[in-house]
Write a protein that binds this ligand. Structure first.
Ligand code: CA
Ligand code: CA
Ligand code: ZN
Length: 337
């Protein structure tokens, strides 16, 4: 039976190219199968989770529409964008849920992720210089005035659950996870064995406080370059999954507009080119879609689906969009004052 379910999972995994479909698949008991499962392409469930939450709570759409209107008003008004303090300090609580010893990543690996978040959001990441000549220099963010700091030592908690899904059980102590700690003031990050081929998912501003935060696959958390003794999965070992998910947590959408490859969707950001579908792996510049020549897709943006080493920038308007949530009366104003 174990052999059968392992083989079945393998087939499902190879066949699944769309995270939307994968998220609907009910997983059998994976036992150790997911330990050895190789992630062949990036998959983030944030948009699917949002759509499920909207079905369950019709008021969420209204709240998010209000946040969107507020965001658009705020980024038009430079005065409103001014913060009380120069730097926004974001206290982070990391919950490591482990079932096997390998899933219990070290505090050194956790700290390497905090360091990556600071570099990527502050635009001090060394690989920012990889931006191809004459591409997106004019619209590349020069960095956000944010600083991520561990609010307390990382929590390491045994769980009977070997593999979590995107159903938020990991955020609930009664469901094999660990409750959020003061989510109004902290960024909660849950690190666990996430199944369904997912690297992570986040909750957008406007959702329920108890589930606010991001969830990341343990072997895609942290940086092999900074903490080489850790546990990592190939191609997603530089901490960019968390950068992408925290981008969602700060109200960014997928850069291609979550429109199934069409040109009709939008990431609600003006300086990122309209883009057909998501990009995977390490694309060759330029990749043209939706009449966006000559520079094409901004596939080196953290909000695309490329490999960790191929993503290294936010745009200026993405930065504005993120900063708006921390301004007075924004959804994360508590962290901004
Ligand atoms: Ca755009
Ligand atoms: Ca699109
Ligand atoms: Zn995503």
């Amino acid at each position: 039976m174990k052999r059968l379910s392992t083989a079945l999972l393998g087939v499902l995994f190879l066949a699944g190219s769309c995270s939307k479909q994968d998220a609907k698949v009910e997983q059998p008991n994976e036992e150790q199968a997911s330990e050895t499962m190789i992630i062949t392409q990036r998959s983030c469930a944030s948009q699917e989770v949002l759509e499920e939450q909207m079905k369950a709570d019709p008021r969420l759409a209204t709240r998010m529409a209000e946040i969107e209107a507020f965001t658009q008003r705020t980024i038009q008004n430079r005065q409103a964008m001014r913060l009380v303090n120069g730097v926004i300090e974001i206290p982070v609580v990391v919950h490591v849920l482990w079932n096997t010893a390998g899933q219990n990543i070290s505090d050194v690996q956790v700290q390497s992720q905090i360091d990556v978040l600071n570099e990527d959001f502050q635009n001090t990441n060394a690989d920012r210089t990889l931006l191809p000549a004459n591409s997106f220099q004019a619209v590349a963010s020069k960095g956000l005035p944010v600083r991520f700091v561990l609010a307390q030592a990382p929590i390491h908690k045994f769980t009977k659950t070997n593999s979590f899904s995107s159903n938020d059980a990991v955020k609930n102590s009664k469901r094999g996870g660990d409750n959020a700690i003061n989510p109004a003031e902290n960024l909660n990050m849950w690190v666990c064995n996430l199944g369904q081929g997912l690297l992570g998912y986040a909750q957008f501003p406007g959702g329920s406080l108890a589930t606010d935060g991001v969830v990341i696959l343990y072997k895609a958390f942290g940086s092999k370059a900074k903490a080489p003794g850790g546990t990592y999965t190939t191609s997603y070992d530089l901490g960019r999954t968390a950068t992408h998910e925290v981008g969602h947590w700060m109200n960014l959408r997928h850069i291609w507009g979550d429109d199934g490859g069409a040109c009709s969707g939008s990431d609600l950001v003006t300086d990122t080119p309209n883009q057909g579908a998501e990009n995977y792996g390490t694309p060759t510049y330029p990749h043209i879609s939706c009449s966006n020549a000559p520079a094409g897709d901004m596939f080196m943006n953290y909000m695309d689906y490329t490999n960790d080493k191929a993503m290294y920038m936010f745009s200026i308007n993405q930065k504005d969009r993120m900063m708006a949530i921390f301004t007075a009366s924004g959804p994360r104003a508590k962290m901004g004052d």
